[in-house]
Write a protein that binds this ligand. Structure first.
Ligand code: DGY
Length: 453
């Protein structure tokens, strides 16, 4: 791969590190870190864990505080919600805010804090495991893990009980926002299938396109469906069994969500061992998820894992980057890993011989590919981080190096943007985006060769 970015000098790298810390500082609310001040002015679940990955190395108080604050919003049934609202300060800036979600209608919602009524990918145990591994004061990190362990356990129990009611081995998501990949082409078929009477779409006014060009964000029909689904949940007071049994139109066993749950169970087993709890149930669950993913979500023809649409009882054949990410939790066997790498290393994603930044979120030859539209093609730093962590276990060294370089070079060239153009490196979405900064810091701090104070 002929990476189109310039070399970065040591001085520039040190400045970049300082700028990354400045981004996190500017987004600090006083009790958690916002993904971005204007576009995302509350606390987001998986964002906060990625953010904690960065803080771990240089500000353990913040890393712990980030996760503690998130767990304050945990529901009584164990769910960690997608958004914890900072209602006093920022509620007018974001849609849908707490008044739209009305999650307090659920008996499971927390009493003292407003949240949304869905969740996000479960990387929380992984965040705590990361803290134990990399925080300078291990003893303190272990004490923190002991404190948070019952909450992590309740979160995993919620997912197992409520999202895999038949103990099949795969959990479902019920909203594109739960995947973290809001407008991915994965959802196109389902969204086109959902017929919504216009009168069933509550009145709403988007705020996201006040800050970002509309063609870099999800479309109006996509937003209509997002809002329709929220309304569907709130009409059922967020009762999971009712939502499921009343024919919720969106029920999907998602590759990335289940991959991260598998990895989180592996990490929770390690945490349990370290703090003297029983690791076995988490190991067993991780193996069960991996087996079922290999059985149900692998698509031989495409050499990748794909989502499963529970309403249509079929695989969803979308060629997205997340279809390769089960390597992060060591789910594929050696043969499948090789197949995954061979497909990844083609023009469709970013080939060694191409001039591009790995890795686009969607196949570049796909009809619906867009270089600048949110989850329909751009490079995302969190996906690159997962890809990097996954690939480096298997020795695809040259490619791994290019993925690592993209995590550093894209912010160097274009600032700490939300997402980037695989061809030009141009940045899109919001500026000063927290996880772009935090994951760059995590990679650099973990590299022995980088001397940082
Ligand atoms: C948004 O509002 O765009 C978020 O991605 C939802 O989580």
């Amino acid at each position: 791969m002929k990476n189109p970015a310039p070399e970065i000098t040591e001085k520039e790298l040190n400045e970049l590190i300082q700028s990354a810390k400045d981004v996190l500082q500017a987004n600090w609310s006083g009790s958690f870190t916002r993904p971005s001040k204007n576009q995302y002015p509350h606390q987001w679940s998986w964002d906060s864990v990625f953010i904690a990955f960065g803080y771990t190395h240089y500000d353990k108080d913040r890393a712990e505080q980030e996760l503690r604050h998130l767990f304050e919003g945990q529901w009584k049934n164990g769910m960690i919600p997608q958004i914890i609202f900072d209602q006093e300060h920022q509620s007018e800036k974001y849609f849908p805010g707490p008044d739209f979600w009305q999650s307090e209608t659920s008996p499971n919602a927390p009493d003292h804090i407003k949240t949304s009524g869905i969740c996000q990918p479960p990387i929380h145990a992984t965040g705590v495991r990361h803290l134990i591994e990399y925080a300078p004061d291990r003893e303190r990190a272990v004490a923190f893990a002991s404190e948070i362990f019952p909450r992590l356990k309740a979160w995993h129990q919620y997912l197992d009980r409520e999202r895999d009611p038949n103990n099949e081995g795969l959990v479902y998501i019920r909203h594109p926002w739960e995947s973290g990949q809001d407008n991915s082409p994965i959802w196109d078929g389902i969204l086109n299938r959902i017929e919504i009477e216009p009168s069933y779409i509550p009145a709403y006014s988007r705020k996201d396109i006040n800050n970002v060009e509309p063609d870099e964000r999800p479309s109006k029909p996509e937003y209509d469906t997002y809002v329709y689904l929220v309304n569907f949940f709130r009409e059922r007071k967020y009762d999971e069994a009712k939502i499921r049994n009343d024919d919720c139109p969106f029920l999907v066993q998602d590759v990335l969500f289940n991959t991260l749950l598998c990895k989180a169970n592996q990490d929770l087993a390690e945490i349990a061992e370290i703090i003297g709890e029983n690791p076995e149930p988490f190991k067993t669950r991780a193996d069960q998820i991996a087996d079922k993913m290999n059985d149900k979500l692998w698509l031989d023809r495409e050499q990748m894992y794909v989502d499963y649409d529970l309403k249509a009882s079929k695989q969803i054949q979308a060629r997205v980057l997340s279809g390769f990410l089960p390597i992060y939790a060591s789910i594929p066997d050696q043969n499948r890993k090789q197949q995954i790498f061979e497909y990844l290393n083609t023009h469709c994603f970013c080939q060694m011989t191409d001039s591009c930044f790995p890795a686009p979120s969607y196949d570049r030859s796909g009809d619906d590919y867009s270089a600048r539209t949110y989850w329909r093609g751009p490079v995302w730093i969190n996906m690159n981080w997962l890809l990097y962590e996954g690939l480096k276990q298997y020795g695809f060294d040259d490619y791994v190096k290019q993925v690592r370089n993209s995590i550093i070079q894209l912010p160097f060239l274009s600032g700490f943007r939300e997402y980037f153009d695989t061809n030009s490196g141009e940045g899109y979405g919001i500026e000063n985006f927290s996880w772009t900064a935090a994951l760059l810091l995590d990679i650099l701090y973990r590299e022995e060769s980088t001397a940082i104070q």
